[in-house]
Design a protein around this ligand. Structure first.
Ligand SMILES: [Zn+2]
Length: 440
């Protein structure tokens, strides 16, 4: 099959809320998405029900019998897990083929992804509750996309504060009711498609994190033999670091026909942002867990260091565009006024997006003009002078945006334009012109 894997996975229907709320409420605990054995052999304890199972696939079947999956068919799950597996080293694919790793969606509504040691192998579970939460947040967030600059019909869109409020409401309800509720608001097919792609990539990155725990297992096994105490925080950081390395390796060498790298990266950060929002409403994971905010910062720093600054902006652009909204959501969850203050990275990534849109389709001479610099003999400069109404609208929105940026950040953005594009290129000149559209 040549389709990118996320297209093989059906969009989820969140219209029905399972009436399991009451029971969940009573038994609700946040289970750290940990490899239980690493935390000291929790699931290996005597009398633990998992000891009944000798093969991971039997354990998953029993769990699914008890809690049937809500969102993915067997084929859909195989495509999702297969996608995550594709990004991990070949030895992991071999282990799956030999039955040493099995995985599945478990129809429980708590937001969990975890690994359990079963016999000589491992079972990876992702609960329907995690999928629902991620998808619901993605749907509210992509509800802000009006398709304004993509031509064609304008679609109904939530404003940024409306979308932030929707997502904040989702997590607040979530805290109270312990399950993610489906929210009613108009959503177009395009927006639903975007939400699905983001959610699938977030789930893929969660699965890569769980696979990374298994991949790193040999190192903890040695520690266990030596009788040393395992530092769970260290194991988590290692799993993140391993999964991030797999992600970045892919981003820098994408396979044709596979995940689109901006969307994949946006999905990975999105999953961590969902975690962060859960922590903000007070649903903390174990103290030993690094906070989601630290995990995002670490992922970003690693991508920037590995890829270099210009490639970083090319890949992280979509995710940086969501960032501002997430910061507003965090404020709302803390019951503070949502501040939409723009940071240096917001400005650079937003204006980078506009450069790409202005250059898309059509003749460059429809967008720019070369003019003499007044009073400076022989010197020319690139001036943005679009003629097409859609592109004029983009210019106006850039100016409007820049007028909301603090003056010191505007200055800093001009100084950092070369972090985004190479000086001397047309893209660089256009970026600088947009950053200069409001003075000083
Ligand atoms: Zn973990």
């Amino acid at each position: 099959m040549n389709l990118p894997f996320w297209l093989q996975i059906g969009p989820k229907d969140f219209s029905i809320d399972a009436p399991e709320g009451q029971r969940m409420l009573a038994s609700f605990t946040i289970k750290a998405p940990e490899i239980a054995s690493a935390a000291g052999g929790l699931n290996q304890a005597q009398n633990s029900p998992v000891t009944r199972f000798r093969k991971p696939v039997e354990y998953i079947a029993a769990r699914q019998h008890q809690h049937p999956p809500k969102y993915q068919t067997a084929d859909g799950w195989a495509a999702l897990f297969g996608g995550a597996l594709d990004f991990s080293p070949p030895i992991m694919q071999t282990r799956v083929a030999r039955g040493l790793i099995a995985s599945g969606e478990i129809g429980e509504l708590t937001p969990v992804a975890c690994v359990t040691e079963i016999g000589r192998g491992y079972a990876i579970e992702m609960y329907s509750g995690l999928m629902r939460l991620v998808y619901s947040a993605a749907r509210a967030l992509t509800g802000t996309d009006s398709g304004q600059f993509r031509g064609g019909e304008l679609t109904p869109a939530l404003s940024a504060p409306e979308a932030a409020a929707k997502v904040a409401e989702l997590f607040t309800n979530y805290k109270e009711q312990k399950i993610a509720t489906a929210q009613a608001f108009p959503v177009t097919q395009d927006q639903q498609g975007w939400a699905n792609i983001i959610a699938v990539h977030a789930e893929t990155f969660f699965l890569m994190h769980e696979l990374a725990h298994i991949y790193n297992e040999h190192s903890f096994r040695l520690w266990r033999i030596l009788g040393k105490k395992l530092d769970v925080l260290e194991l988590e950081i290692q799993a993140d670091s391993t999964a991030s390395r797999w992600l970045i390796d892919y981003l820098l060498n994408p396979k044709p026909g596979s995940a689109q790298r901006q969307m994949f990266y946006a999905g990975a950060e999105f999953g961590l942002r969902v975690r962060m929002a859960m922590e903000t409403v007070g649903m903390r994971f174990e103290k030993t867990h690094p906070t989601a905010g630290d995990r995002i910062a670490a992922l970003r720093a690693k991508l920037r260091a590995t890829a270099g600054s210009r490639t970083f902006y090319a890949i992280a652009n979509t995710s940086l565009a969501f960032d501002q909204l997430w910061r507003a959501i965090e404020q709302m969850l803390l019951r503070r006024p949502p501040v939409f203050e723009l940071t240096l990275d917001d400005v650079l990534s937003s204006m980078r997006t506009l450069v790409a849109e202005l250059l898309r389709g059509g003749d460059i001479n429809d967008v720019i003009a070369i003019r003499q610099v007044a009073g400076q003999q022989g010197q020319t400069q690139v001036v943005l002078a679009p003629k097409e109404p859609r592109k004029i609208a983009m210019m106006n929105s850039a100016r409007d945006y820049m007028s909301r940026v603090r003056q010191d950040i505007r200055k800093s953005a001009r100084e950092h334009a070369s972090d985004v594009y190479e000086p001397g290129t047309i893209e660089f000149s256009m970026l600088l012109a947009l950053l200069n559209s409001v003075q000083p």
